[in-house]
Design a protein around this ligand. Sequence first.
Ligand code: UD2
Length: 305
Amino acid sequence: MATYLITGGCGFVGSHLADALLARGDAVVVLDNLSTGKRANLAPEVRVIEGDVADPDAVARAMAGCAGVFHLAGIASVAYCNEHWREGHLTNQTGTVTVFEAAARAGRVPVVYTSSAAVYGDAGTGAVDEARVPRPQTPYGVDKLGSELHGRIAMGVHGLPTVGLRPFNIYGPRQDPSSAYSGVISIFNSRLAQGLPVTVFGDGLQTRDFVFVADVVRFLLAAMARAPEVAGQVFNICTGRTTTLLALIDTLAALHGRQAVVQHAAPRVGDIRESLGDPARARDLLGVTAGVTLEDGLAALLRGM
Ligand code: UD2
């Protein structure tokens, strides 16, 4: 049994990871500023420290005695970070460097952290692999790429093993639908459940590689298990399958047994047109793939599992 720190552990992905760690017999400490996460997402045995990931004292305190750190805290919305440039930078990049520095000082505790597929920017048609030159087109993507660059030099300068993960679009139970900045599946699912119209920004033909949260947890655990061998590297978290927003709406509406009412609004600034990941590198080096199909994942979402 080991103890792991999850930053942002009260949130959507972090709380699923906490469940998986507890289920295999590990202990979990969470650092979360509760800006979007909720204590109620976690089992009672998880120790929660309320604090900010850009606060070095809070991070050092939370890390004491931990065998590894999953750094998931961040502002997940690209659109919010467009509108709150400095706030996004402080959390998404300074916060990551704060975690890296604390981990180095705490005895080179391995860190698995979430970067993002947003580092690629608009990569055009076809699946992007990790060798693609990153061209982020929003502050969010730039801060994630900056975090990766720090992660890559961490071993050489500080002897700190880090592994970066680039999730594509994550969905699943506990993704909060309540804000305009929430993940699109959580918003559409909640609106369809209430019989309300959905708003599509742009023509709805933009594509996304939607990956179910239980698969994401498998990638996180695999990255931690192999951190010594793959230190300094980055991996896509994706399915290798792509879906348009309009097709997504059709699938979701069928699961709800309803006809969707679709309204269109102007596209978002910096919105990526096509997003599809190549899962080969994670499969080959981490031994993990995302096996849950969109239909199965959406059905599980509706069941609340
Ligand atoms: C997602 C992640 C982001 C990053 C990125 C990687 C979320 C919230 N954001 O950004 O953290 O990892 O992927 O590329 O998971 N849309 C609508 N109507 C709505 C809401 C959204 O049409 O009510 C569109 C939106 O304009 C975009 C797509 O749906 O084309 C997905 O939007 P999103 O906010 O779920 O995620 P994205 O791809 O901007």
